[in-house]
Design a protein around this ligand. Structure first.
Ligand code: PLP
Length: 341
């Protein structure tokens, strides 16, 4: 079997490590008593009118491929929204591509923009796993650096609607940046639409054209019903975004204060729905902490090192779960810390 596996599978793929986060999900799914702070998706279901738009689209027989770029209607709506939010003008015919979630957009960036001399800054703002939001003056610094060194900037803004007590600024809207920025955003987080798999890329035509080539050969187009649901989200989903944002903001205040109170010191996360406390006050590695917390107290978090070596010594706690569950998680974590201090 091992020899067969070796012959059939590419060496490169075999050596890819499974996601540290997935490993925990698989365990958690067998433990119903667990409070999961591991998952990075809204606990809300997609707002009813958005789901209905998707259902209607299927019932009306809109079950065919769309343009590789995505439906023109959706692209026009995205362009109008980007103009409204950032004052940015994109041509919906050549500068916007509807993708299968932001995840697909990130892959296309990377694939389309790599040359032997590739230099690119890839930035997630707001950030997963830390919840940090890059302040405007720092973004301006990064923009200046990109211009000075003639770099492309790919910016993943999937959490752009989820910022608290601060503003979200897009680097694409800074002077001289539109022509060198690949802006990635989507519907998963703001509209609780993770399972619909729809996002978009806005970029200058010369970059988008290269991305489209890869997209059309690998994906063809995003799901047609998901695109119609996304259109409804953009046109009539603003109140839903606000309601969910309020719930996250309330949970964030209570949970982050709670973490700091029990001794898991945590910088103020101003975006997304994650807190990223240090576990320095225990003598455990982040892997040990996560495993023991799961089996001893039935609380699931994600080890910081699952996001790279710089995350070691921290754990990611998602607060997109019910308020009372977050309160109970803090009680359990406090008990755990007393044991492992
Ligand atoms: C920074 C970041 N980008 C992209 C994604 C995935 O977004 P989508 O569901 O639109 O593919 C996630 C999901 O957790 C994320 O944290």
């Amino acid at each position: 079997m091992d020899t067969l596996r070796r012959e059939v599978l590419s060496e490169r793929v075999r050596l890819v490590k499974p996601s540290g986060i997935r490993r925990f999900f698989d365990i958690i799914n067998t433990m119903p008593e667990v409070i999961s702070l591991g998952i990075g998706e809204p606990d809300f279901v997609t707002p009813e009118h958005i789901s209905q738009a998707g259902i209607r689209s299927i019932q009306q027989g809109h079950t065919h491929y769309t343009s590789n770029y995505g439906t023109l209607e959706l692209r026009q709506e995205i362009a109008a929204m980007l103009l409204h939010r950032y004052g940015l003008t994109y041509d919906p015919k050549t500068e916007i591509l509807v993708t299968v979630g932001v995840s697909e957009g990130v892959d296309l960036d990377i694939a389309a923009a790599i040359t032997p001399r590739t230099k690119m800054i890839l930035l997630g703002n707001p950030n997963n796993p830390t919840g940090a939001v890059v302040p405007r003056d720092q973004l301006e610094g990064i923009a200046q650096l990109a211009i000075e060194h003639d770099l492309i900037v790919a910016i993943d803004e999937v959490y752009s609607r989820l910022v608290y007590d601060t503003e979200h600024a897009s680097i694409a809207a800074m002077p001289g940046m539109r022509e060198r920025t690949i802006l990635l955003d989507g519907f998963s987080k703001a509209y609780a639409m993770t399972g619909w798999r729809v996002g978009y890329v806005a970029a200058p035509a010369y970059i988008l054209e290269a991305m489209l080539k890869i997209h059309q050969y690998t994906i063809m187009c995003a799901s047609s019903s998901a695109q119609e649901a996304a259109l409804e989200a953009l046109r009539h989903g603003e109140d839903d975004v606000k309601i969910m944002h309020e719930a996250y903001a309330r949970r964030r205040r209570m949970f982050v204060d709670g973490l700091n109170r029990i001794g898991l010191t945590c910088c103020e996360p101003r975006g997304a729905f994650y807190a990223f406390p240090s576990i320095a006050q225990t003598n455990l590695t982040d892997d040990e902490f996560t495993e023991k917390l799961l089996f001893e107290e039935k609380v699931a978090v994600v080890p910081g090192s699952a996001f790279g070596a710089a995350g070691a010594g921290h754990v990611r706690c998602s607060y997109c779960t019910a308020y009372d569950k977050l309160e109970e998680a803090l009680v359990r974590m406090e008990r755990f810390l007393k044991k492992h201090r």
